[in-house]
Design a protein around this ligand. Structure first.
Ligand SMILES: [Fe+2]
Length: 112
């Protein structure tokens, strides 16, 4: 079984608390990508149950997949949200993966 088979898509049961949403806004230095896990229903943030990290990948204009950023959170000590700044014109799309220590890996993509 490949890793892709283990990743939960945005419509999998439990999506409300686990899917990493991405919203874009302009800034003076580039496009701000704000990532939040559990945008509609707050995910638990306890030592026993928490989001450990979010990884953001980009598909370049040339069709290559590159890592854009990794956001790491304390084990139940910080809410799973953060922002990065990109040059939007460099990418066709972004994909974020979030990892819950109990419920696995979830993904979400955004076409730019
Ligand atoms: Fe969870």
């Amino acid at each position: 079984m490949g890793f892709a088979a283990l990743v939960h898509s945005p419509d999998f049961e439990g999506k409300e608390k686990h899917v990493p949403s991405m919203t874009l806004s302009d800034s003076a230095i580039g496009t701000v990508v704000t990532v939040q896990v559990g945008k509609d229903v707050l995910h638990p943030t306890t030592p026993e149950h928490h989001i450990e990290w979010v990884k953001v990948f980009g598909e370049t204009q040339e069709g290559k997949i590159v890592e854009v950023a990794t956001l790491t959170f304390g084990k139940g000590t910080s809410l799973p949200s953060g922002s990065i700044v990109i040059k939007k014109e460099n990418y066709k799309s972004l994909t974020a993966l979030s990892y819950c220590n109990l419920h696995g890996v979830w993904d979400n993509s955004l076409t730019l």
